[in-house]
Design a protein around this ligand. Structure first.
Ligand SMILES: NC(=O)c1ccc[n+]([C@@H]2O[C@H](COP(=O)([O-])OP(=O)(O)OC[C@H]3O[C@@H](n4cnc5c(N)ncnc54)[C@H](O)[C@@H]3O)[C@@H](O)[C@H]2O)c1
Length: 341
């Protein structure tokens, strides 16, 4: 039986991928490796706990010795790297941790993968590495990297290392770059779950600037399906953009959340914009559609209704992931003099 190492598998996208592999690939087992930072949660994997094909190991991707031990047994044949610090706002407050996990951690994994003779290494990257667009056009896989935030800079740097390991050492590496995800189990610091939680509690919904930043929203299930497809059939050394063509302004997304919850738009508060905030992302995903016959299936209105319903049904989960650290972080954020009303 083949074993896939999923790093960051206790996070939002990683846990969706782990569940998908276990349900769709009967001859595959999964080793989830995750540090369980504030964003990682074993509850995200509770449906897999009793599955004999799933094993969990807690640890840091920066820990070379530990990663070497995990891969040294020869059990793991493929790696999908999702472990990362993933929140842009946090990267502005503290870039160093992003360089450590997202860049050095990826290099550690690549070194250990090379040493162990791993068959394939998939790096899960982001559309944010391409920077910002004006009102026209979209990013192709050939677009130059022009990251704006410390988060996207760290992801772009990791992408360069992955490509370099492919070219220098002949490793079988593939990079995916996906647009903004939404769906169940997303930590409530990201736009959609933050807005759902605040709206459910009749609290203000903080929106950066005019809220007219455009993102291409994709359901997490469509993303994890694309990752599995790239792992199995992606071209070695290739890069695959993943997007759904569902471009919306942040303001429209928040209004959709309010509409589904039956809450008033008067809850919206425009606050000072994020420094370096990219205006628009748009993905040309024609390559993955043509080569791997993948396309996004979840239509946004249905996806957002199901997602809101999931957070309503899983309020315990939502409150359980909120720690003292989160409360301090957000109280500092709200009281930082950045609210513009
Ligand atoms: N969320 C999105 O919209 C999106 C879009 C495109 C790409 N991505 C990428 O997908 C990946 C997963 O994103 P997500 O939204 O699920 O993030 P997440 O923050 O929900 O999950 C990240 C996981 O990584 C773990 N982790 C963090 N540091 C670690 C370390 N040093 N060692 C081991 N584990 C560690 C955390 O505990 C957590 O479980 C990231 O690489 C991110 O850059 C995310």
């Amino acid at each position: 039986m083949k074993t896939i190492l999923v790093t960051g598998g206790a996070g939002f996208i990683g846990s969706d991928l782990v569940r998908r592999i276990l349900s769709e690939e009967p001859d595959t087992s999964v080793l989830t490796y995750d540090l369980l930072t504030y964003a990682g949660n074993l509850d995200n994997l509770k449906s897999c706990i009793r599955d004999s094909r799933h094993r969990f190991a807690r640890g840091d991707i920066c820990d070379r010795e530990r990663v070497g031990e995990l891969l040294g047994s020869g059990e793991v044949s493929q790696i999908i790297n999702l472990a990362a610090e993933s929140h842009v706002d946090r990267s502005i407050l503290g870039p160093k941790g992003f360089a450590e996990t997202n860049v050095l951690g990826t290099v550690v994994l690549l070194e250990a993968a090379r040493e162990a003779g791993i068959e394939r290494f998939v790096q899960v990257s982001t559309d944010e590495v391409y920077g910002s667009l004006g009102s026209e056009g979209s990013f192709s896989e050939e677009s130059p990297l022009a990251p704006s935030s410390p988060y996207s800079a760290s992801k772009a740097a990791a992408d360069h290392f992955v490509e370099a390991f492919g070219r220098t050492f002949g490793m079988d590496v593939v990079i995916t770059r996906c647009s903004n995800n939404y769906g169940p189990f997303q930590f409530p610091e990201k736009l959609i779950p933050l807005m759902i939680r605040n709206a459910m509690n009749d609290e203000p919904l903080p929106i950066y600037g005019d809220g007219l930043q455009v993102r291409d929203w994709i359901h997490v299930g469509d993303h994890s399906r694309a990752l599995l497809s790239v792992l199995k059939n992606g071209e070695s050394g290739g890069i695959y953009n993943i997007g759904s063509g569902n471009e919306r302004t942040n303001l429209d997304v928040v209004k959709s959340v309010l509409r589904v919850l039956g809450k008033p738009e008067s809850l919206i508060r425009h606050i000072e914009d994020r420094p370096g905030h990219d205006r628009r992302y748009s993905m040309d995903a024609s390559k993955i559609r043509a080569e791997l016959d993948w396309q996004a299936e979840v239509e946004f209105e249905r996806g957002i209704e199901n997602t809101v319903q999931w957070y309503i049904d899983n309020r315990d989960w939502l409150e359980s992931v909120i720690t003292g650290e989160y409360r301090n972080y957000y109280s500092a954020w709200y009281s930082g003099g950045r609210t513009t009303g």
